[in-house]
Design a protein around this ligand. Structure first.
Ligand code: TYC
Length: 103
């Protein structure tokens, strides 16, 4: 706090620890129509997953209904959701992505 702006009789205490922002999971949801190759492409392009890992995540989503594409701060997570959704719609695919708080 700037010296001289403090109320009389108050004191500013320092803290060395920096709070970490809550992280958000971006989930991909399964559907019957989006091609597997497009989901793998999305995982590589928007979530920077190596090809093999992208394949594994895609198959996990296909079999279990949903899966984690990545962990980000809230703004980044929401941007990823918007980018993936927009790209999928451009291609005419129903792929859905959602963000949810980790904890
Ligand atoms: N189920 C889709 C298919 O059989 C593939 C798919 C995987 C779709 C993951 C969406 O998030 C998804 N073509």
């Amino acid at each position: 706090q700037t010296p001289g702006t403090q109320l009389p009789g108050t004191q500013t205490l320092e803290r060395t620890a920096t709070a970490r922002p809550r992280m958000w999971r971006v989930l991909l949801l399964n559907d019957d129509y989006t091609p597997m190759d497009f989901v793998v492409f999305v995982l590589a392009r928007y979530f920077r997953k190596p090809e093999q890992e992208a394949q594994q995540i895609m198959l996990a989503v296909h079999h279990k209904g949903q899966g984690v594409a990545g962990l980000y701060t809230r703004d980044i997570a929401e941007t990823k959701v918007a980018q993936v959704t927009a790209h999928a719609r451009r291609e005419g695919y129903p792929l859905r992505a959602v963000a949810e708080p980790e904890a």
